[in-house]
Ligand binder design. Structure first.
Ligand SMILES: Cc1cc2nc3c(=O)[nH]c(=O)nc-3n(C[C@H](O)[C@H](O)[C@H](O)COP(=O)(O)O)c2cc1C
Length: 194
């Protein structure tokens, strides 16, 4: 297995982070990976905000959590035993899991492929992070989070035009503890037709 394939196969969603901030060099590499992702029509319209302000991430994380209406996991169907999500553990009240860096990807409201562009960029970002030993977790409800009064205020402060909306969050930070487990994939989801 080459290094790239190994990176793809061993990346896991990380929800337990060290409080220590990632370095600026690491952040820059990760953000560049996001910019170089494929993008519809080569428009390059998605914009990435990296927030490292703890107070803001905590407040937005609470808002993100409040927008969660998903089904709670059960003993037999959980998202992750090793890295419990807000669906697995009702005591977790931060949708960003205390990550020291939280990215938000914004894209035009009126472009058909905005969500796809942000999701593709998110994957490049998460793989780049993993290759540097940095954990990540894709977090949704970004539109809800930024529809809040705080979100709207920040969007303005950060200079993101109101024709853009938040599509995806990515929590980033050094994992707390080793991550060596494999998350098994369901079988029979691939068919090669010749
Ligand atoms: C579109 C999408 C939305 C997701 N939303 C969340 C989320 O809101 N919160 C969260 O903790 N994990 C979220 N995840 C992470 C998934 O739970 C995770 O990828 C899945 O359980 C597989 O585990 P793995 O990433 O460790 O392989 C999301 C993943 C994707 C692709």
């Amino acid at each position: 297995m080459n290094e790239t394939i190994n990176c793809i196969m061993t990346r896991r969603s990380i929800r337990k982070y060290q409080p220590r901030q990632i370095t600026d060099d690491e952040l820059n590499v990760i953000l560049q990976a996001g910019l170089y992702a494929p993008n519809a029509g080569s428009r390059q319209s998605a914009v990435i905000i990296a927030c490292q302000k703890k107070t803001i991430n905590i407040e937005l994380g609470k808002i993100n959590h409040a927008a969660f209406h998903g089904r709670m996991s059960t003993a037999t169907a959980y998202i992750s035993k090793e890295q419990p999500s807000i669906a697995d553990d009702a005591t977790i009240k931060d949708g960003f899991y205390g990550a020291p860096t939280v990215l938000t990807l914004f894209a035009p409201k009126d472009f058909l492929y905005s969500t796809a562009d942000c999701c593709v960029a998110a994957e490049s970002i998460m793989l780049a992070a993993h290759s540097l030993g940095i954990g990540s977790c894709m977090v949704m409800r970004a539109k809800d989070t930024f529809s809040s009064a705080l979100g709207q205020k920040l969007q303005k402060e950060w200079g993101i035009d109101e024709s853009y909306e938040a599509k995806v969050h990515i929590a980033l930070g050094y994992p707390a503890g080793e991550v060596t487990y494999v998350k098994a994939r369901k079988e029979n989801r691939i068919k090669v037709v010749r």
